[in-house]
Design a protein around this ligand. Structure first.
Ligand code: APR
Length: 257
């Protein structure tokens, strides 16, 4: 691994060792090595399902969409997935004192499981299920038991309202506080590292642009090309779980030098 991407790994480590405010921005690609499929890669979810069938509007109006959404929720490998070496490398950057925060589009909670303490979840989380009527919150593991007991479209035990996982679907409003905080930190950083995102879904994909506008350097670790590759100081088309541990051990060497 290191042999084929040695120069990029060295350059990325140098930028991280020299920066003051690193923001790491992640997408589904950081979790594929944990067994969670991405959306737009060769075997991505949107190559099997039609994303327009899973909008918030359809969830509210179509019983069939709710039924298939809860089937997907129940079968989602993210519930029981574990962090992979990419997550652990990003947590190590926090322990080294080099990380301002992680901004993630993922809902799998794997950055927290790996030990990161400042994670901004732009698209919500699979950890909770929320009642769309009264706002009551349930732990997902509790709702998974109801589904295992045969419920197909669970409803709120408090008010009978519709329940939905606390993730943000297409057409659903983004969490305001998290989005504002992510923009503020993207505009304050001096190095913005993208890991495992196709950078095609907005407003999340504005974050690296805010960083560039603020004069930050941009680094991208992603298997496939992204629309921002041309504007990046370093691009690493490699498996994050293989590349990032090499980057972090090089950062440590530079910090000790
Ligand atoms: N290492 C590095 N890159 C990887 C790896 C890996 N192990 N596995 C996949 N990738 C890359 C893919 O090549 C792809 O370009 O990660 C990228 C993932 O892109 P998407 O599947 O589009 O995921 P993401 O960018 O997170 O999507 C954003 O779209 O459907 C919505 O809400 C959903 O949060 C998601 C949003």
């Amino acid at each position: 691994m290191a042999l084929t991407h040695g120069a990029e790994i060295q350059e990325l480590a140098r930028l991280i060792a020299a920066c003051q405010h690193l923001v790491v921005f992640t997408g589904a690609g950081v979790s594929t090595e944990s067994g969670i499929p991405d959306f737009r890669g060769p075997d991505g979810i949107w190559t099997k399902f039609n994303s327009s069938d899973f909008t918030f509007q359809k969830f509210l109006t179509s019983p069939e969409t709710r039924r298939t959404s809860w089937q997907r929720f129940r079968a989602n490998p993210a519930h029981d997935a574990q962090p992979n070496p990419a997550h652990h490398a990003i947590a190590e950057l926090e322990r080294l004192g080099k990380l301002d925060c992680v901004i993630t589009q993922n809902v799998d909670n794997l950055h927290e499981k790996a030990g990161n303490t400042h994670v901004i979840e732009l698209h919500g989380t699979l950890k909770w299920v929320i009642c769309l009527e009264c706002g009551h919150r349930y732990a997902s593991r509790e709702v998974r038991l109801w589904l295992e007991d045969g419920e197909t479209v669970p409803t709120c035990r408090e008010c009978g309202g519709l329940l939905k996982s606390a993730t943000v679907s297409f057409g659903q409003p983004m969490p305001e506080r998290e989005t504002a905080e992510a923009e503020r930190r993207s505009r304050r950083c001096d190095l913005f590292l993208v890991v495992g995102s196709s950078l095609v879904v907005y407003p999340a994909a504005f974050m690296p642009v805010y960083a560039l506008e603020a004069g930050a350097k941009l680094a991208i670790v992603n298997l496939q090309p992204t629309p921002l590759d041309q504007r990046a100081d370093v691009v690493l088309h490699a498996q994050a779980g293989e590349a990032l541990p090499h980057v972090v051990s090089e950062v440590k060497r530079l910090l000790e030098a």
